[in-house]
Ligand binder design. Structure first.
Ligand SMILES: Cc1ncc(COP(=O)(O)O)c(C=O)c1O
Length: 393
């Protein structure tokens, strides 16, 4: 009998289990909302990126249904052949206006927006200067570009400056940061990085996946929050988190966007968004513009929950956003914290190495505008109980 050539994968999985790094997928039995059911258990959900509750917003639902009725369920082609519909163009026009830039191109995900853009605009002769905690999609884009990758310690602008000082004049270089770091919830130092990019002639790029719909006026992101309009050459946003549907986009100049139409491989070689997704995203921008009170509610809930965790005595790191980590130490402790919280009716996913450092394993919490005070107090009570049990507070 043929020996299974993939048998080594089983060994790798066993090793993960021994190190408490193995994760099983929790299954959502209901809608993605603040109180819902995973694995047949009713829980307060602190694990989604559905910051504004738009996954189930009636206006998005309605527009998606109408799009299915009118245009069917798929586009049947990549954008560059037969898969561009008027609604894709409308979404991009709306996003460009929203972000105050010349043009936008939408990708199938935030991941492909980052990876597709970085790999398209750089070659092996170029250099990327990248924060050590930048998202995996940026790292993959850098690798695919074959450019030289120089990593600076988290948010250390002086270290980035020293790297840049060592590069030859005339070198093409990309300075890149997350707007909001997804595992710690802190903000990239945009003003200082933009200044550095201007001093040294770098292309400046910001991945605003977790800032879209959350920071800035009507959720325009960290560029708006810090008043950096016109100083960031490439902005990436996602439509998968606060926007509630699926996708990513790149915002910048007409030349950048036209270039990506011709060279970004996910745009060229992967099918475009189904009509329902494009229609829901268009409706989401209208909601951001017309119902900004949902963003205010998100921040009220964020302040309530963060201060509650701090009062209980948890280590919540340096978060400045609705993402609040609760740092537990090693992976076994973080997984235990997550599992016990789940038994108590709170879903906060454990995050372990290699996503975060080995001694900084955590559960990551994200509140949404749709959590009620009762939901959040319930979660705080559970954190207090389990935190004492595990000696974390
Ligand atoms: C910082 C950051 N950038 C990009 C992405 C990718 O976004 P998407 O889920 O739309 O692919 C994520 C999502 O995990 C993220 O956290």
């Amino acid at each position: 009998m043929r020996q299974d050539p993939l048998s080594y994968l089983g060994d790798e999985l066993n090793a993960l289990k021994q190190q408490n790094l193995y994760r099983h997928l929790r299954v959502l039995d209901d809608e993605q909302k603040a109180r819902t059911s995973f694995d047949h258990r009713s829980v307060v959900n602190l694990s989604s990126n559905n910051y504004l509750g738009l996954t189930t917003h009636p206006r998005l639902r309605q527009k998606a249904l109408e799009a299915v009725e009118k245009f069917g369920v798929g586009t049947g082609s990549v954008r560059t052949i037969a898969g561009t519909m008027a609604m894709h163009m409308e979404l991009e026009r709306k996003l460009a206006e929203f972000k105050n830039v010349e043009a936008v191109v939408v990708f199938q995900s935030g991941f492909t927006a980052n990876a597709g853009t970085v790999s398209a605009i750089l070659t092996k002769d170029d250099v990327v200067i990248s924060d050590e905690l930048n998202h995996a999609s940026i790292i993959d884009g850098c690798r695919l570009s074959r450019a030289t990758i120089k990593v600076f310690p988290h948010k250390d602008v002086d270290a980035a400056r020293r790297i840049l000082a060592g590069l030859p004049a005339g070198q093409r270089k990309l300075l890149i940061t997350d707007g909001v770091f997804s595992m710690d919830g802190d903000l990239g130092p945009l003003p200082a990085l933009c200044e550095l990019a201007e001093e040294t002639g770098c292309i400046m790029m910001v991945d605003d996946a977790h800032a879209s719909g959350v920071f800035g006026k009507n959720g325009r992101g960290t560029i708006d929050h810090f008043g950096m309009h016109g100083r960031v050459d490439i902005q990436v946003g996602t439509l998968s988190k606060a926007i509630g549907a699926l996708g990513g986009y790149v915002a910048g100049t007409n030349a950048l966007i036209e270039f990506l139409h011709h060279r970004a491989r996910p745009f060229l070689f992967s099918t475009s968004h189904p009509p329902a997704v494009a229609a829901a995203c268009i409706a989401a921008i209208d909601v951001l513009l017309e119902e900004p009170e949902i963003i205010d509610r998100l921040w009220e809930n964020t302040r309530f929950f963060k201060s509650g965790l701090e009062r209980l005595g948890f280590d919540t790191g340096l978060s400045e956003s609705p993402i609040t980590p609760v740092i537990a130490g090693d992976s076994a402790r973080a997984m235990k914290l997550s599992d016990r919280l789940f038994e108590e009716g709170v879903f906060a996913q454990g995050i372990v190495f290699p996503t975060v450092a080995k001694d900084k394993a955590r559960v990551r919490t994200i509140v949404t505008s749709t959590h009620t005070r009762e939901d959040l107090q319930f979660a705080l009570d559970a954190f207090g109980k389990v935190g004492k049990e595990l000696g974390l507070v």
